[in-house]
Write a protein that binds this ligand. Structure first.
Ligand code: FES
Length: 124
């Protein structure tokens, strides 16, 4: 079976993230040229493997993990801010947050190009 590689653009309004196979595909909203900026990154958070397709896009256009809110730059796959918690705990974790973020800058998410083609957003 082949991996799905597209999603209708209508299912991906600005600020949304959806699952397309092993990828979290989202829309950062319009860029300076007025066009929506789509992204595709590997779906498993580098912290504790949460499904990033259940995440959100923040005001900076970063992908935010649904479990402990690690933030990712979707252009590079780099974790730019570490988790706020671990396992079932949600709250401040001084030191630990920075440690995970340092690892996440090295072990980045995989990144794929996501472009609008007709009515679809296609992963290249
Ligand atoms: S699993 Fe993503 S921040 Fe913890």
């Amino acid at each position: 079976m082949t991996e799905p590689d597209r999603i209708p653009a209508a299912d991906l309004p600005p600020g949304t993230v959806r699952r397309v196979g092993d990828w979290a595909v989202g829309n950062r909203g319009p860029g300076p040229d007025g066009r929506d900026r789509y992204f595709a990154v590997s779906r498993l958070c580098r912290h504790q493997l949460a499904d990033l397709s259940q995440g959100t896009v923040d005001d900076d256009g970063c992908l935010v993990c649904p479990w402990h809110q690690s933030r990712y730059d979707v252009r590079t796959g780099e974790m730019v801010e570490g988790p706020r918690g671990f396992l079932g705990y949600h709250g401040p974790t001084p030191g630990y947050t920075e440690l995970v973020a340092a690892a996440g800058r090295i072990a980045r998410l995989r990144v794929r190009r996501a472009v609008r083609r007709g009515d679809d957003v296609v992963l290249e």
